[in-house]
Design a protein around this ligand. Sequence first.
Ligand code: AMP
Ligand code: MG
Length: 400
Amino acid sequence: MLSVEEARQQMLDTIPVLPTEKLGILDCAGYVLAEALHATENIPPFDNSAMDGFALRSADVQQASKENPVALSVVETIAAGYEPEKHVSSRQTSRIMTGAMMPNGADAVVMQEMTELIGDEVKIFESVEKNENVRFTGESVQQGDCVMSPGKVLRPPEISMLASLNCAEVTVHQKPTVAIVSTGDELTPIGQPLTPGKIRDSNRYGIYAQVQSAGGIPVDMGIAPDDEVETEHIFREALTKADALITSGGVSVGEHDVVKNVLTKLGKMNFWRVAMKPGKPQVYGFIDGKPIFGLPGNPVSSLVVFELFVRPALLKMAGHTDLLRPTFKAVLATDVTNRDGRVNYMRAILTKQNGEFIAKTTGPQGSGILHSLVLANGLITIPAGATLHVGETVEAQFLH
Ligand code: AMP
Ligand code: MG
């Protein structure tokens, strides 16, 4: 059986990155840039003041102090957005606002708090160096600079930068559209009465939310009954609407596990089992070039397998290169035993105390006990066959 790392590597090596599309600046948050962006303009586009104050010649105020202020005559006031009209000569100054264009002749700005304006004269109480409080043309970005490379995730700062560069549209990787199907005759959707033997379909809703939070676009395809013909019909239809398919249930060895037969008929599956708990039975493969993720039916297994496998895969499809959540060491606050021959991803509450992370498991860890995940903010990795005691360290990761 493949280890988690082997299976995930096999999967990530084969996951395709989706083609690109052009999007408007207001629609591209969270997308991954697919082009290099070069600045067509300088930022800032002109020398300007970093302060409200007085633009002057630094040489004029070399000796200025609280006790010996230097008086200068004010020739104009320059507001942000307007071009200065006057040249600043020796013993002169222009009142200037933050972001306003520096006037010719001036080489520094003294901030308003260090001055006193009386009529058309101002007393300067402080000396300044040449260039002080001036922001220079192109000091943030120079025309021609490569400001962002392909692979850059477009967060709010990047979007602000695009606007600064007069860039209304960008080429990004498409986000994956992901069809979601629950399988099983026992499943009842929200809103319908539970009859004997039936349970609520919870996976479809949880997976839907997981797809959204991984940046994908979910498409709800409902519940497929344990019937091969109907399941095949729903899977085929799902694949006409999406770039990938996620199913849950029907991938273990039960005799009604029709999912296995249908997937094998429709495409090529790469693996069926991974040495992990929860989530040993799971499928990864392709139908017509589209990735198929068959998650286990048990609610905890389904959510955990999504987190460890499907989330990074969807990120890769969308063009991301940073795919896995960071892991770190945490100190156990409870004894844990993993009698199994497979690594166990236990659900835990991770808190920071005195500079280190503490991990406390969230009660019973059965793969059907969804509450163990509701209470958790992370997973801890317990190696196969390990018994670990309070104070020992484990590998941990957050679930958000
Ligand atoms: P299966 O692999 O289909 O035999 O499912 C394993 C367990 O998960 C069974 O107890 C199923 O009833 C349960 N299960 C399967 N699909 C879902 C679902 N969508 N929501 C909640 N439980 C499910
Ligand atoms: Mg089933």
